[in-house]
Design a binder for this molecule. Structure first.
Ligand SMILES: Cc1cc2nc3c(=O)[nH]c(=O)nc-3n(C[C@H](O)[C@H](O)[C@H](O)COP(=O)(O)OP(=O)(O)OC[C@H]3O[C@@H](n4cnc5c(N)ncnc54)[C@H](O)[C@@H]3O)c2cc1C
Length: 337
C-alpha cells in the first residue's frame, strides 16, 4: 500500500514513524515544504532567550526519517489533491511533480491568523508560526543587537502565543508592549485569578500590557511602525499573535467537507474514504480542533494502529493539560483547552 502524508509537524512525523513499525512493507512518503527537519513548534516562543535555538529546536533531521525507510520530499509544496486519480500535485525542489496514493494523510497544520484589516500591511509585521518566521524575527532583532541596541516591539494579541513571545522577548532584554482587545489576558484559557497573576508576572518582567485595546490600523513613518488604538504609539516592529487558522485550502479545493478545520469522523476519516486528517488541521465531530502536541501525538499513534488493522475503537481525546511558557508564571487552576 502507498501511504502519502502531507506535513512534517508532530502529526505527520509521529504517524509516519509509528506506521513504519506496524506495516514494514508499505511505502510511506512524507511531503513537506520545510527544509530544516522536524522541529519543535512549541519551542518557537522560546526563540529569543535561547542563543542556540535555531539548531536545538530541530528534533530530527529528515535524514533520520529516511534511514527509517520513510521517503521524505522536502522543500516541496503540495498544490492540489486529485481525488479521481488518487494523486497529489507537487511543486518545488523535488523531481516528482505528482504522486499517487492509496491512503492520503492530511497533516498540514495551521497558519497564523491575521485579521483582515491587517493583511494589506504584511511588510510591517511578523508572525511566529514556523521556524522560517523565527529566523526572520531573529535576523531583524540581530540588526539592533549588532549596534548595541534592543528593538522596541508591539505585540498584538494577549492569547497564549502573544503572552509567551512577550515574556521571552522581555527576558532577552527587549522593550515590549502587549496590546490585547479584551479586559484580561488569555481569557479563553485561564480563570480570572490566573489572568491577573499572569498580568503581574508580565508587568514585573518589564512588559507594558495594554488591555481593552482593539488595534485598528498600522502605519509606517520614518522607519517606525505606528499602531492606532485609542492612542497612537510608535514601535520598531510588530508581531501579530491573533490565533491560528487551520490550513483547509487544499481540502476545500478538492471538495472535501470543511468547517473551521477539515471535517473528520471519529476515525479521523474525511468525507473521502481514502483521505484522513489529523493535528491542527482536523475538526472532530464535536467541532473541536485539538491543537496541542499531546492529543495530536495521540491521534497520530491511534491512526497508525487503525490503518494497520490493530485498532477498531474510534479515537477519543486523552485527558491533558497545557501550560503557558511564560517565564515565572504558573497557573493555579487547570486550563481550558
Ligand atoms: C509559538 C507556538 C507555541 C506553541 N506552544 C505549544 C505548547 O507549549 N504546547 C502545545 O501542546 N502546543 C503548542 N503549540 C501548538 C502546537 O505546536 C501545534 O498544535 C502542533 O505543532 C501542530 O502540529 P501539526 O503537525 O498538526 O501541524 P504543524 O506543526 O503546523 O505541521 C504542519 C506541516 O505541514 C507543512 N505544510 C503545510 N501545508 C503544506 C503543503 N501544502 N505542502 C507541503 N507542506 C505543507 C507545514 O510547513 C508544516 O511543516 C504552539 C504553537 C506555536 C505556533
Amino acid at each position: 500500500m502507498q501511504i502519502v502524508i502531507i506535513g512534517s509537524g508532530v502529526a505527520g512525523v509521529s504517524f509516519a514513524e509509528k506506521y513504519r513499525t506496524l506495516a514494514p512493507d508499505d511505502e510511506i512518503t512524507l511531503v513537506t515544504r520545510e527544509h530544516d527537519g522536524y522541529y519543535s513548534r512549541p519551542l518557537l516562543s522560546r526563540g529569543f532567550s535561547k542563543a542556540d535555538i535555531e539548531q536545538s529546536i530541530i528534533l530530527k533531521p529528515f535524514e533520520r526519517l529516511r534511514e527509517n525507510n520513510i521517503n521524505v520530499l522536502c522543500g516541496a509544496e503540495v498544490t492540489a489533491i486529485n481525488r479521481a486519480e488518487k494523486s497529489i500535485a507537487i511543486e518545488g525542489a523535488c523531481q516528482e511533480k505528482s504522486l499517487p496514493y492509496d491512503k492520503l494523510i492530511l497533516a498540514q497544520g495551521s497558519a497564523a491568523f491575521v485579521p483582515p484589516p491587517f493583511r494589506p500591511y504584511g511588510e510591517l509585521f511578523f508572525c511566529l508560526n514556523s521556524l522560517v518566521d523565527l529566523k526572520a524575527l531573529r535576523k531583524f532583532r540581530q540588526s539592533f543587537l549588532n549596534q548595541n541596541q534592543h528593538p522596541d516591539w508591539a505585540i498584538i494579541g494577549g492569547g497564549l502565543i502573544g503572552c509567551e513571545v512577550a515574556s521571552d522577548l522581555a527576558a532577552a532584554g527587549d522593550k515590549v508592549t502587549l496590546f490585547h482587545a479584551m479586559d484580561r489576558l488569555m481569557e479563553r484559557q485561564l480563570a480570572a485569578e490566573d489572568s491577573a497573576s499572569l498580568l503581574k508576572v508580565l508587568q514585573d518582567s518589564g512588559v507594558n500590557v495594554l488591555l481593552n485595546q482593539a488595534v485598528q490600523a498600522f502605519i509606517k513613518e520614518d522607519g517606525k511602525v505606528c499602531v492606532r488604538t485609542d492612542v497612537t504609539a510608535e514601535f520598531d516592529r510588530l508581531i501579530v499573535a491573533c490565533g491560528f487558522k487551520a490550513r483547509t485550502e487544499l481540502a476545500e479545493q478538492a471538495g472535501l467537507e470543511t468547517g473551521r478545520g477539515i471535517k473528520v469522523d471519529p476515525y479521523l476519516q474525511t468525507s473521502d474514504a481514502s483521505i484522513y486528517a489529523l493535528g491542527d488541521v482536523a475538526e472532530l465531530p464535536n467541532g473541536k480542533l485539538y491543537a496541542f502536541v499531546l492529543p495530536i501525538r495521540n491521534q497520530a499513534l491511534w491512526l497508525a494502529e487503525f490503518l494497520a488493522g490493530q485498532q477498531q475503537a474510534p479515537w477519543t481525546p486523552p485527558i491533558f493539560t497545557t501550560k503557558a511558557k511564560v517565564h515565572g508564571f504558573e497557573a493555579v487552576h487547570p486550563y481550558n483547552v
